[in-house]
Write a protein that binds this ligand. Sequence first.
Ligand SMILES: Nc1ncnc2c1ncn2[C@@H]1O[C@H](COP(=O)(O)OP(=O)(O)O)[C@@H](O)[C@H]1O
Ligand SMILES: [Mg+2]
Length: 482
Amino acid sequence: MNSFEVHLEAAELKKAVPEEVWIRFLTAQRWFSGKGRAITSVMPVASCPVDSAMAALILRVGYQSEFEDYFLPLLVGSGENADAITWINGRPLLDALSHAEGWLRLMAVFNQSIHPGVRLTLETELIHGRLPTTSVVRVGAADQSNSWALVGSLFVKAYRRMQSGENLDVTVGRFLTLHHTPHSPVLRAVLVGKGAWGQATLLSVQEAIPNQGTGWDLACAQVAAATRQEIIDYDVWTKLGTRVAQIHKALVSEQDEGFGTTPIHVPDLDSVARQAKALARSVLAELSSAELLPEAAEQASLLKAKASQLLNRLKAPRLPIGSCHRQRIHGDIHLGQVLWDGEDFTIIDYEGEPARVWEERLRKHSVAKDVAGMLRSFDYAARAGLPADADQTAHQTARLWRNLARNAFWEGYDKAIGAEPFLPSDLEQRSSLIAMYELEKAFYELHYELGHRPDWVGIPLAGLLDLAENVPVKRRATRPKT
Ligand SMILES: Nc1ncnc2c1ncn2[C@@H]1O[C@H](COP(=O)(O)OP(=O)(O)O)[C@@H](O)[C@H]1O
Ligand SMILES: [Mg+2]
């Protein structure tokens, strides 16, 4: 196809496409994080041709006092296209990443190391030689903060919101790949965008992992099965605990920049606790002005009554120096970030928590933060895995499932991680460290759901109410014989 009638350079697009058209398109995208903020301008600022019908574009979105850059590969379509961003000279202008053809054309950039454009140069990095060619593409669901597709035997992910510097998903993915770490994806290639404005990771290419879904799918299926009184295999969660501990151990290397460790001192933890408290306070304020569904409103008022008790619990344990360290961790681990192939798990997506600012995601933490994230995720699954009309007995069964799954996970993790320097040897100090992060995570979740999924607000609210009652991680003593 040729598209001489359509010019895909940034300056031409700025003339041809009115701002309202970009705004209408952006605000309909799940990956656009500016929803709800007043947009003051949208402008194509840089572009680089991919081929005669496609270009990589950077779209700058201005707000009152800041701006964000988005990666938008554009494709000139032919014929009828209901999802056209706009029409230029009778041809539809498409978001290339919503179309198999766009992904295939984009993948061709990996045959060349440098593609110069206007204020945007594309540079490719191949980690294990050339990529296999294919014409089979499955475009991923549009409900994620990034866009992805399976391209033959490869999993390709486009990072829409451009962040200055290298995306952590790539930094960690490359490290784990070069260290031949099992149970993490093999990174094959990276596409970087560079310009006078800086540089950013645009695309990562991994080997696709055959799977039956995520750990979340498996957990929700188990919750439903438990309510039908079926036998549940809790050993899978022990295996997951082992895999998470193995990844934590693999993420430590004093020889590789960014993967070293630092002993945690009491003031470090005090500062974690202080920040967690500040987050909790701002979330509680956010909650009191939020419009909630009746059930959530009831939970919110119960939480209000327990707020000061919970805030007091956000205290750093007094750990002896050297009893644990800070290191690179996953940062956003939950059941949706592990793929299950029927036998084992692979841990994916090392980009960090989407609602945290980038600088915060780069910080190192105790592995306890990841453990807490996974423990919270079992609580999420126990609630989301139930149908809306579930009765009291089903709720009780789901809570029992949660406790047993958490204990099974912890058993695998604890055995594989050992004690110092990953976690304090003292059991009480260990649980209070995890408990502090768990509480912080529940407040973070509440903040995330209030902003993104109001229907889910009840889950972290119920989780916080439970944490107020305290659900400690314990050994699997109560597990029924199966
Ligand atoms: N290496 C892979 N192989 C196969 N599917 C994958 C792979 N990595 C991710 N996926 C699929 O893509 C989805 C989103 O991937 P993820 O890396 O978590 O991206 P996001 O940043 O959008 O959360 C996953 O839930 C999974 O279904
Ligand atoms: Mg993810």
